[in-house]
Structure formats: C-alpha cells, structure tokens
Design a protein around this ligand. Structure first.
Ligand SMILES: [Fe+2]
Length: 331
C-alpha cells in the first residue's frame, strides 16, 4: 500500500548545537543580523526579517558542535499523523513532541529518517512580528528567512528517491552517465528546500538563508573583512550555475556552514523541467568557473539522533570523481 506523505510546505528551521553561545550570538545576531525571537541561558531562537513564524534557527549550547534536527512545516494538523504513519512504515523511529516543547511551535512529529537525519514536522506556529519594513533594525547580511537545508549523504540517488516519496519535486542535478553527484529538490516554489551533496554521511553540509539583494551578500563579506574575520568566508561570493543564485558560504565559530543566498527562480508550474548539469561543466558549482575550495567538499557538521546522540558515519558510496577546470578535484 502506498502511504500518503505529509503535505510539506517548506523547510522552516534547524537546530544547531554550538559550544559557546555568546560567540554564536555575536556571529549570528551582531554580525549576520538575525533577529532574536526568544532566549534562555542555554538557547537562542532566531529569525529573519521577513519571517512570520517564531524562528528559523535554534542555537543550543552543548559539548560538541552538531545539527540536532531539520524542521519542515506541514499544511495542516492532520499531516502530523501522516508523517508518523509514513515514517513508521519505513521502519524509522518516531516521537510525538508536545506543543510548547519548542517555544513558538505546536505539537510536532520527529523521525530518524532513512538517511540518518532527525527531521521534524509541525503545523501550529506562533506568529512573530514581520520586520520586513523595519529597515531601521537591519544589520549585516539582512537575512530574510530560511531557504534550504543541504545535507551530505553517501548515496545521492537514494536521497533523491526518498525525498521524491515525500512529495518533493526535482529542480536541478549534477550528473554524468553513471553517477548522480548532487540534486536539488523543492516543496515551496523555488529551486529547493533540500539538496544533497555526496560524501560520508549523514552530515549537515549547510543551512541556506535567503537575502533579497546581492549587495547583502557582498556587505557581510566586507563586514567580516573589516573585523579581520576573513577566515570565516569559506567560498565565494559568486554566482552558482545550479540555481542561478548569488551566494557566499560562511563558517560560524563552531565550523557550521551557512550560506547567504539570493535570486534563484520560480519552479511552481506543473511539469517544471529539470535542469541537468554535466559534472564536466565548470560552471555548475560557480557560473564564473571559480574553484571550489577543498574544505567545502570534505567538511560538514555531525548530526544527532532522536536521543541527541551523534549518528555514526557511513563512508561515501560514490567513489567517482571527475577533474574539471579550476576545481582540480571535483564533483
Ligand atoms: Fe545552498
């Protein structure tokens, strides 16, 4: 029997474990410009300026850096039961989380998904004040909202098939005749809510936050340069081939990777075509052909199971690598 997946609206928020909450606050709030929705001695709840729900990012103090969960908002309360049944049928461990367990979030279902990530599904959310036109408050990269999760998985094809079964559309790929190197999949009407990077996994590759203008991507680079924090600019700024987005990748004080991302495109029509990039095209990762730094391919954040324990890593199953252009080694 084919199970009905939950009707997922979008990638909504993620929880990261950070080792120094004061340092994380300085990076995410003071420099990047996130808005504090709530805070305690151990946890910060942050959102972007356009966001209507309580938060896009939870930073929780803990002993080791990790990604604790990736949360998707669903369309209706009934989707919680659908999520529970869907994951139970896959043999995944699930848990019901009562309303208020996470501030600003109603009842939720969490699951250890087949890729090894702790995913959460929630419907009810407290509405926060939308600060879109509070230009007087904006700082740093002026992040607007959560855009996407990029996850590192040993088998990109298996990840694509699992997310297709959850109702995600496919927007773009990097591939050759034999191997799917990366894929971008969406529920909201943009290029993606989730993307897959091949490598030892499960690990979180990066969290992508939407900004409205390319100057906001450039401005955060200038700010980090002024503060002699240039080492936190890992890759870019540049134009992606995949997604056409203007981007920069930053590393937070714990090494978690954050992307500031703007100007991708609409994917909402039925039959939206898949854009397939050859792995041999040097423009796929950077439209101007700039090299991808090695750390971007090799480093990512550990992920936690439902009990908060680090998940064991599985080795990359995709040994294929193609040497292309400036990358030197690449996918
Ligand atoms: Fe991204």
């Amino acid at each position: 029997m084919e199970l009905t997946p939950p009707d997922i609206v979008r990638a909504a928020y993620a929880e990261l474990v950070v080792t120094d909450l004061a340092e994380a606050r300085r990076f995410y709030v003071d420099l990047l410009g996130f808005v504090v929705s709530a805070e305690s001695d151990t946890t910060l709840y942050l959102r972007g300026y356009d966001e209507l729900i309580h938060h896009n990012l939870i930073l929780r103090a803990g002993p080791e850096p990790a990604a604790a969960r990736l949360a998707y908002r669903v369309r209706a309360a009934a989707d919680l039961g659908r999520a529970e049944a869907f994951f139970a049928a896959l043999g995944s461990r699930t848990a019901r989380v009562p309303a208020g367990d996470t501030p600003g979030v109603g009842e939720a279902v969490r699951a250890e998904d087949p890729l090894g990530f702790t995913v959460e599904f929630f419907f009810e959310a407290a509405h926060a004040e939308r600060l879109q036109q509070r230009y007087d408050l904006r700082r740093g990269a002026e992040p607007a909202r959560m855009d996407h999760f990029n996850i590192t998985v040993p088998d990109v094809r298996a990840a694509r098939e699992y997310y297709a079964s959850l109702g995600f559309g496919l927007s773009e790929t990097i591939e050759d005749e034999d191997t799917l190197y990366a894929a971008w999949m969406f529920r909201k009407q943009t290029v993606h809510d989730v993307a897959f990077t091949g490598g030892a996994g499960p690990r979180l590759h990066h969290l992508g936050f939407f900004a409205h203008e390319s100057y906001q991507v450039l401005r955060i680079c200038d700010i980090l340069g002024s503060l002699h924090a240039e080492a936190q600019i890992e890759r870019g700024p540049g134009r992606h081939g995949v997604s056409n987005a203007f981007y920069v990748y930053l590393r937070d004080p714990d090494g978690h990777r954050i992307e500031i991302y703007t100007s991708d495109y609409y994917t909402g029509d039925p039959g939206h075509p898949v854009l397939r990039w050859s792995v041999r095209d040097p423009r796929r990762r950077d439209f101007w052909g700039h090299p991808v730094v090695e750390s971007w391919y090799t480093e990512a954040s550990a992920v936690l199971d439902l009990d908060g324990r680090p998940r064991p890593l599985q080795a990359d199953k995709q040994a294929a690598e193609v040497i292309v252009g400036a990358d030197g080694f690449t996918r």
